[in-house]
Design a protein around this ligand. Structure first.
Ligand SMILES: C[S@@+](CC[C@H](N)C(=O)[O-])C[C@H]1O[C@@H](n2cnc3c(N)ncnc32)[C@H](O)[C@@H]1O
Length: 275
């Protein structure tokens, strides 16, 4: 069964009467994950509904702002490591709104010929990604839902851009946290991995369930956002089909432990498709 869209993204005010003068409002009435994340990162592509929910999230769990920053830092490190080790094709699933530095900016510092496919199920993300990220050769932005992994990998535009005869780096950062258990995140990772050629790699980050993040998840669910932090063991099972690269999976941050207050409830994993 093909699941419906994740509740939350881009449920724009469509009913007449929503706007100040009785016309339909141009602003979204409901928060979206992508725009809240943009707010946590200090971006400008968010609206009142997003900021209100994001501020509520910060009240419940102040750690989320740091989780967003550290997650982005790990994305940079992992993408750089993979580009330096020879990967030339990147599929960024759940790419989010364009940030200060995006996967293309990061990996093309290592090798300008890298190809990048940005994928998200939020139509607004795609509008921004197409405008800002996917203009040049070797880059594309495609609609896709990670809960339907075979269809995602089968997207005709994606397959024109990415050569599935050569290794691919598939990035799943901060996205499986929005996949419910019923949608089988472990099965999703296995299906995606099966669809990738030999030599491919995957990067995953996932928030760990703590008391405050569990409370936040309950609040988020009431707002229609399917946030699902998981236990360390459950995250390890999701990453299990991968052959770990370096010290991963591990709680983040690792490199800047000297200055940090300790590991965050965020697990990062870099792994390769087992040969
Ligand atoms: C927290 S943001 C992470 C953005 C980026 N990957 C990063 O780590 O910086 C989560 C993104 O995943 C997207 N997303 C959520 N559920 C998704 C799904 N089922 N399929 C594809 N994208 C999804 C959201 O729209 C949002 O852009």
């Amino acid at each position: 069964m093909i699941p419906g869209p994740v509740p939350g993204p881009s449920r724009w005010a469509e009913a007449p009467g929503d706007g100040p003068d009785g016309a339909a409002s141009a602003f979204p009435r409901f928060p979206s994950v992508a725009r809240m994340y943009d707010y946590f990162l200090g971006g400008k592509d968010n609206y009142a509904a997003d900021r209100a929910m994001a501020d509520k999230a910060l009240d419940r769990a102040p750690v989320v702002a740091r989780l967003a920053q550290v997650n982005r830092g790990f994305l940079e490190r992992a993408a750089t490591v993979l580009a330096e080790s020879g990967l030339r094709q990147f599929v960024d699933v759940g790419c989010g709104l364009p940030a200060r530095r995006n996967v293309g900016d990061i990996v093309r510092r290592v090798e300008p010929s890298c190809r990048i496919a940005y994928v998200d199920n939020d139509p607004l993300v795609l509008v921004h990604a197409r405008a800002l990220l996917a203009g040049g050769a070797g880059t594309g932005a495609f609609g896709g839902d990670v809960r339907v992994p075979a269809a995602l990998l089968g997207h005709p535009g994606l397959r024109r851009l990415i050569d599935f005869g050569r290794p691919v780096a598939l990035l799943l950062l901060g996205v499986l946290d929005f996949v419910a258990d019923a949608d089988d995140p472990r099965g999703i990772v296995r299906t995606l991995l099966d669809g990738l050629p030999a030599g491919s790699h995957m990067v995953i980050t996932h928030t760990e369930r703590t008391a405050e993040l569990a409370a936040l998840a309950a609040t988020a669910r009431r707002a229609g956002l399917a946030f699902t932090p998981r236990g360390r063991g459950e995250i390890a099972e999701i990453c299990a089909p991968l052959e770990p690269v370096g010290p991963y999976p591990a709680a983040l941050p690792l490199a800047d432990a000297a200055g940090a207050a300790g590991p965050l409830p965020l697990v990062g994993c870099i792994g390769r498709k087992p040969g």
